[in-house]
Write a protein that binds this ligand. Sequence first.
Ligand SMILES: Nc1ncnc2c1ncn2[C@@H]1O[C@H](COP(=O)(O)OP(=O)(O)O)[C@@H](O)[C@H]1O
Ligand SMILES: [Mg+2]
Length: 228
Amino acid sequence: MLAVEGIQAGYGGSQVLFDVGFTVEAGEVVALLGRNGMGKTTTVRALTGLLPLQAGSVRMDGHELAGRPPFVRARAGLGLVPEGRQVFLTLSVTENLVATARGRGWTQARVFGLFPRLAERKRHQGSQLSGGEQQMLAIGRALMTNPRLLILDEATEGLAPLVRAEIWACLRDLKAEGQAILVIDKNLKALAALADHHVVIEKGRVAWTGTSDALAADPGTVERFLHV
Ligand SMILES: Nc1ncnc2c1ncn2[C@@H]1O[C@H](COP(=O)(O)OP(=O)(O)O)[C@@H](O)[C@H]1O
Ligand SMILES: [Mg+2]
């Protein structure tokens, strides 16, 4: 479904991604791993069009998205839950969800079914929500675009353990419904349980790819690329 090949990107004069490539099939969960500063968020920005590509290709079902603006990539099915949540702070929960709604499938009611807490807060402004509620709203907002691929960048970062567990449970439910997901997170154990395969990024290049079983059987990779 998504095929990323040879992407290069950076900020100003400094190149961050040298050669990143991987694929995500329909219904699959892929984890993007790597230590801080290795280029995971930059990869996601390059995929979604928030950062221009210097080289490489991003294809959805064979259609080239490189060079296309973010809204075209969103329409092609890339739905991002960005690092730091970035919900609209001055809009209510309902307004946040309506703002991105597009296509069929996801409705406010369905998002509230997934996150009952948001239903209780639907008239509250984004700024009045807890960090966990903002994260749920960010996920709900991305789902309202009916993404073919839901992309989550550190969605459990800074949340209390119980709220994290709720987010992981939600991702499991979405996977069970056939939602394809690209997930960046620091919790290897939770990722190993959820992801079909893993892509490890080291200094802007793919250093390792494999299944959860292969990763578990390869403590050297974890030590080399993932331990701080
Ligand atoms: N807006 C930016 N301007 C300049 N350099 C940046 C910017 N964002 C990230 N970088 C640099 O790009 C590299 C990769 O960062 P990032 O993709 O955020 O890593 P990760 O998400 O894997 O922690 C880092 O060296 C970081 O300092
Ligand atoms: Mg990041």
